[in-house]
Ligand binder design. Structure first.
Ligand code: ADP
Ligand code: AMP
Length: 213
């Protein structure tokens, strides 16, 4: 099963993608996580990506597509995957589509987690991410058991640099300009499924499992 998560930054794509990956035993692939791991390890790719991420802008398609195609070519992707944060532009979606077509394959579901802009700043300013394992929490809606400490691995939780309010507003405008058109792109392909992302994360997941079966 090949799944794409669509939605504004902070809509809950990662939260849901992790739950999908667990339930359906497929890898969760987040281009944002791949970039952050590279930044942490000080790689050249990380240095390049950071320039854009810190400004709330998208990393150029060329770089992002290469990273993603390398990742989905790995053995663990044979039975499918859930993509979180990719594609984010029409050219990215077109490359993915043509690579899949070459393999006689296609995306099965594009799940759009719908959350209005008014809720997004709150979601992102309250998001806390684990510096080690990447698990995410929300200080009010999905709090860790002990403030500032990851439930899963005990490491420190931090506010991402690009979750500061001024960067969030930039990311939202980039989303509307460059990523939102993907909703129509996948609707035309007949694979778009909309879910209400404003409800509790367990209820969002219920809607998704109702679609995926
Ligand atoms: P995305 O991957 O779309 O950027 P995340 O999954 O990281 O978004 O979620 C953004 C923030 O909102 C996180 O702090 C997360 O814990 C919180 N969150 C996710 N889903 C919900 C929900 N249904 N209700 C309230 N908060 C949520
Ligand atoms: P995310 O973790 O999905 O919120 O992504 C964090 C940041 O990484 C984004 O704001 C972009 O700068 C960059 N990024 C992640 N995925 C992509 C993508 N598919 N295309 C371009 N930039 C991306």
């Amino acid at each position: 099963m090949k799944i794409i998560m669509l939605g504004a930054p902070g809509a809950g794509k990662g939260t849901q993608a992790k739950m999908i990956a667990d339930k359906y035993s497929i890898p969760h692939i987040s281009t944002g996580d791949i970039f952050r791991a590279n930044i942490k390890n000080g790689t050249e790719l990380g240095m390049e990506a950071k320039k854009y991420m810190d400004q709330g802008q998208l990393v150029p398609d060329e770089l992002t597509v290469r990273i993603l195609l390398d990742r989905v070519a790995k053995d663990d992707c044979k039975n499918g995957y859930v993509l979180d944060g990719f594609p984010r532009t029409i050219p990215q979606a077109e490359v993915l589509d043509s690579e899949l077509t070459k393999l006689g394959d296609k995306i099965d579901f594009a799940i759009n987690v719908d959350v209005p802009d008014e809720n997004i700043v709150n979601r992102m300013s309250g998001r806390r991410a684990c510096v080690t394992c990447g698990a995410t929490y929300h200080i009010v809606h999905i709090p860790p058991k002990n403030a500032g400490v990851c439930d899963k691995c005990g490491s420190e939780l931090i506010l991402r640099d690009d979750d500061k309010p001024e960067t969030v507003l930039k990311r939202l405008s980039v989303y509307h300009e460059q990523t939102q058109p993907l909703i129509e792109f996948y609707d035309k392909k007949g694979v778009l499924k909309n879910v209400d992302g404003t409800v509790d994360s367990a209820e969002v997941f219920d809607q998704i499992t109702g679609i995926l079966g």
